[in-house]
Design a protein around this ligand. Sequence first.
Ligand SMILES: Cc1cc2nc3c(=O)[nH]c(=O)nc-3n(C[C@H](O)[C@H](O)[C@H](O)COP(=O)(O)OP(=O)(O)OC[C@H]3O[C@@H](n4cnc5c(N)ncnc54)[C@H](O)[C@@H]3O)c2cc1C
Length: 247
Amino acid sequence: MHYRSREVVQVRSAYDCDVLVIGGGIVGLSTAYAVTRAAPGTRVTVLEKEQGPARHQTGRNSGVIHSGVYYRPGSLKARYAVRGAAEMVKFCAEYDIPHAVTGKLIVATEKAELPRLHALVQRGRENGIPVRELGPAQIIEAEPEVRGLAAIHVGTTGVCDYGAVARQLGEASGADIRYGADVVRIDRRPDLGAAVRTADGTIVRGRVLVNCAGLHCDETARLAGDDPEMRIVPFRGEYFTLARPEL
Ligand SMILES: Cc1cc2nc3c(=O)[nH]c(=O)nc-3n(C[C@H](O)[C@H](O)[C@H](O)COP(=O)(O)OP(=O)(O)OC[C@H]3O[C@@H](n4cnc5c(N)ncnc54)[C@H](O)[C@@H]3O)c2cc1C
């Protein structure tokens, strides 16, 4: 028995960590957070190629806490979105991260859109989301710049600072987060976990590898010897802030 526990210690120390996460966006950092919460003492290392967290999608998105109103009732997406929205608000409040539950309007501007709008009301209610139907006058009351035939007010939609959320998830996880660590090679062996090499030649070994490389996750999967049978083709977009014209 004594011998076996020494053996376990020896095997464990051959790894730099138990769980090795590639990617320091919200998915990688929440993975680190969830693992250390679920199994305290688990050694998690996150490798992120940029010099800080959330430099890609996570820090450049629209900042919307989605309600889950569009998803098929009973589906995993619907359940996770509804619960995730509530958890996100709680997380922001707990760590003092800027957020607001503003609600949102989904507006029908043409008659042909009305059946779809009514179907969404039904969906929202089945998903347990507070939805209210509005007529033209109520739309203007809620959003003076908006015109429509009918609308739904979705109560649980909000906004938050996802960059700050990601940073906080990383800190609260207690994981070893290494920035400037661009994974360029992955050596995966059955029953032996994975060893990765970063661009500066550092080798990190983990018992388990989790690919959270966002829009590069197809390339990372290929590095690990998997064929994801698809290729992610990113494209660039721009956000504009609309100013009210001078009258
Ligand atoms: C324009 C836009 C708007 C969006 N708006 C919203 C919204 O309002 N609300 C919402 O909930 N969702 C929104 N999303 C979706 C959401 O932003 C993403 O689902 C989420 O940020 C994905 O997180 P991620 O961690 O998977 O990816 P990312 O945030 O892209 O993180 C992946 C990380 O992996 C790192 N990485 C990649 N390759 C390597 C490597 N080889 N070695 C080391 N690190 C590596 C990258 O540097 C990056 O930091 C939006 C997405 C986009 C593109």
